[in-house]
Design a protein around this ligand. Structure first.
Ligand SMILES: Nc1nc(=O)c2c([nH]1)NC[C@@H]1CN(c3ccc(C(=O)N[C@@H](CCC(=O)O)C(=O)O)cc3)C=[N+]21
Length: 310
């Protein structure tokens, strides 16, 4: 973490992400010893956006370091909707692939929404399909989007009370704003979702015990928007002349906040750690489902042969 962020009020996402990765690697080793299989992550990158290439490289490296197999597919920026769809359909059917991540944003002209739906819910390690989002909304088991679950991990690691707390989420994206609001609601926070048409955003923000800034606008949240003693989570990441910055004016907000995430070194590293965790969870569920199906088939075969099992 940057020297200026060594103060105890900064939540160290880099250190917590390392812990999550180490725990996941140990659980992967157990899974492999028990099943003879390795969880596999397929990353699909379309085009040559430099930031996307860096993120995907980091995801692949960390997945291999945790004992998982790497199934990367790189398509040119000129790839058609059908070409991307074919790759996703192939990965969906591949038993070595536990999780599929379609890196966003896609080049203009491709329909990301339609392509994401080609990922089976069982392999949806980004939690982006309609089925995964519906399971989350209904509080039923399923794969949760990585950044939102990383935010909750960070809050839990710092014992931030959520029950009954006023939580204000700024941003309503499918990848972050909506799912993080659902997770906070599940933890019995009183959740307010703000967006570009919200009236008097500063005033709404000042009532928050917990602020999650995920608007995608550099420095949007000013220091005086933060209530004394509030907890501030900054999901934004912007490359500026002054380096990487988030959606929060961090230095000013830190004057008032009890806890705050830095950028970089806050939510970002947690996102990748939770992706590894989701890939393991997906591999386990697929193994168990296959085991059950085989057991049922053998059981039925035994019954047909008149062994008395039926
Ligand atoms: N299908 C899909 N799933 C994603 O989860 C997804 C995506 N598409 N598209 C782009 C965003 C962005 N994202 C980040 C991951 C790690 C860091 C990260 O590790 N950040 C480091 C700094 C990295 C740097 O220096 O750029 C940090 O904050 O400390 C940031 C951002 C995942 N995304």
């Amino acid at each position: 973490m940057d020297g200026k962020f060594m103060d105890g009020k900064f939540m160290d996402g880099k250190a917590l992400a390392k812990q999550v990765r180490e725990r996941t690697a140990a659980e992967v080793a157990e899974f492999t010893a028990r099943t003879g299989r390795r969880p596999g992550l397929a990353t699909v990158l379309v085009g040559d956006d430099p930031a996307s290439a860096v993120y995907v490289a980091s995801k692949r490296k960390q997945c291999v370091a945790a004992g998982m197999t790497d199934h990367h597919r790189l398509l040119p920026a000129t790839a058609s909707q059908d070409e991307v769809a074919e790759v996703l359909t192939e990965l969906a059917a591949d038993p070595e692939v536990s999780g599929i991540l379609l890196q966003l944003p896609l080049p203009a002209g491709l329909d990301a929404g339609a392509l994401v739906q080609l990922i089976p819910a069982a392999k949806d390690v980004d939690g982006l399909t309609t089925l995964s989002a519906g399971l989350l909304a209904q509080g039923r088991p399923g794969l949760r989007p990585c950044t939102p679950s990383g935010v909750i991990e960070l809050l839990d690691a710092h014992d931030v009370p959520l029950e009954g707390a006023n939580a204000v989420v700024i941003g309503r994206s499918e990848l972050v704003g909506k799912p993080v609001a659902q997770l906070l609601l599940q933890r019995n926070a009183t959740v307010t979702i703000c967006h570009s048409r919200t009236r008097d955003l500063a005033e709404v923000c000042r009532r928050a015990d917990v602020v999650v800034a995920a608007a995608g606008r550099a420095g949007l949240v000013q220091g005086d928007w933060v209530k004394e003693g509030a907890v501030v989570v900054d999901v934004g990441i912007h490359r500026t002349d002054a380096g990487l910055v988030g959606d929060v004016d961090t230095a000013a907000a830190a004057e008032r906040a009890a806890l705050i995430t830095p950028v970089p070194g806050g939510v970002g590293p947690m996102t990748i750690a939770m992706l590894l965790h989701n890939t393991l969870v997906a591999a386990r569920a697929q193994f168990d489902a296959q085991f059950d199906a085989q057991f049922d088939a053998q059981f039925d075969a035994g019954a047909d042969a008149g062994t008395g099992a039926g």
